[in-house]
Write a protein that binds this ligand. Structure first.
Ligand code: FDA
Length: 318
């Protein structure tokens, strides 16, 4: 089922079908903060009132022309200004395929540079999301290029389902790069990724351990004062067992609570988000907005088949 939904997330015909259903739009709204920037800022204001930080994502990926990639970049620049003007506690997450990675590495670097310059001006931070494995190497190369240009306001995502992540995380820790650890949301072949959930979970705990130990080596940097620039380890999961393991590791390594961050997706496990805030941990919610919600929505359905049944049963109940 998961593989089939991920296949559909990439099929143009399925996108045309699904995005025209009113019921799909309503189902997607559980995971998406709205179509406009204003709606997204309002959602973040509510999260901030509950003590939760945010990372904003202007939805879009696999851009197919240079003009679209520049337009997507402009939207991100405007949003960074809007975050600054509104004073919300939010940084931004971006996908390199949205700003031209599939078209031309030079174009992507130019766009990334514009984004990081604006983030620097507005004292903000950019997290580069990790896409499917065809882009892992290119994404890491772009991150490293940005850091050699003197940009330290940028971090990355690693996926515990990939075998290579063990090496990547060790190198990135040495380089002092902030890392968001996730399980991974794409469909990957067994030669490069663990097919079994138990192995992905075990790898998640192991990599979380490396990340937390790595933060210690760097003298436990914490988030900056306004919470926009995160600490080195961001543990991004809704899995209570993984969260408990990370909390145990945080105690074991003597890491202050403020030197680690938990991250979750908008619309998922709000109870857990609030419990962690109550326990004194920084919590950041990934807030997607925009009109290109289809692939993001389908990946959320793939993560939990129950979501798919809920969606289908609503469709037949119309
Ligand atoms: P798991 O899938 O085991 O779920 C644990 C529990 O969480 C479930 O039992 C359920 O209660 C709840 N849950 C999880 N997903 C749900 C859903 N869709 N609907 C309802 N409940 C759900 N991936 C990637 O490849 N690249 C990236 O850049 C990112 N970025 C990212 C940022 C942040 C902040 C988060 C939290 C996640 C990502 N991901 C990601 C997605 C990630 O790889 C993974 O697919 C999801 O987080 C789901 O996995 P869990 O760790 O929650 O565990």
């Amino acid at each position: 089922m998961r593989a089939f939904i991920i296949f559909l997330s990439r099929a143009a015909w399925a996108q045309r079908l699904v995005t025209h259903w009113g019921i799909a739009r309503r189902a997607a709204s559980r995971f998406i903060a709205g179509e406009s920037g204003e709606e997204a800022i309002r959602v973040i204001q509510h999260l901030n009132e509950a003590g939760i930080l945010a990372t904003l994502d202007h939805l879009g990926e696999n851009t197919s022309t240079a003009a679209e990639a520049r337009q997507a970049t402009d939207e991100i620049l405007q949003m960074l200004d809007r975050i600054r003007a509104s004073g919300v506690r939010s940084n931004m997450s971006i996908k390199l395929s949205q700003i031209g990675l599939l078209l031309d590495a030079g174009l992507c670097q130019d766009n990334l540079q514009r984004i990081l310059q604006k983030a620097r001006q507005t004292q903000n931070f950019i997290r580069i999301d990790m896409e499917d494995s065809s882009l892992t190497e290119k994404t890491l190369a772009c991150l490293r290029w940005a850091r050699t240009q003197g940009f330290e306001n940028v971090g990355i995502v690693l996926q515990s389902y990939l075998h290579r992540s063990q090496n990547d995380i060790q190198e990135l820790i040495t380089e002092g790069v902030p890392v968001r650890l996730v399980k991974g949301a794409y469909r990957e072949p067994a030669e490069i990724a663990y097919p079994d959930k138990a192995d992905v979970d075990q790898a998640f705990d192991r990599l979380a351990g490396l990340l937390i130990a790595g933060a210690k080596q760097h003298a436990n940097p914490t988030a900056n004062e306004n919470g926009l620039v995160p600490p080195i380890p961001a543990i991004a999961t809704h899995d209570p067992k993984r969260i408990q393991t990370a909390r145990d590791l945080q105690v074991q390594y003597g890491l202050p609570k403020q030197a680690i961050e938990f991250q979750m997706l908008y619309g998922i496990r709000r109870d857990l988000q609030e419990a962690l805030v109550g326990a004194g941990f920084p919590v950041r919610v990934y807030v997607p907005y925009g009109t290109h919600w289809y692939p993001y929505f389908m990946r959320r359905l793939a993560e939990r088949p129950a979501n798919m049944w809920f969606f289908i049963s609503n469709f037949f109940r119309r």
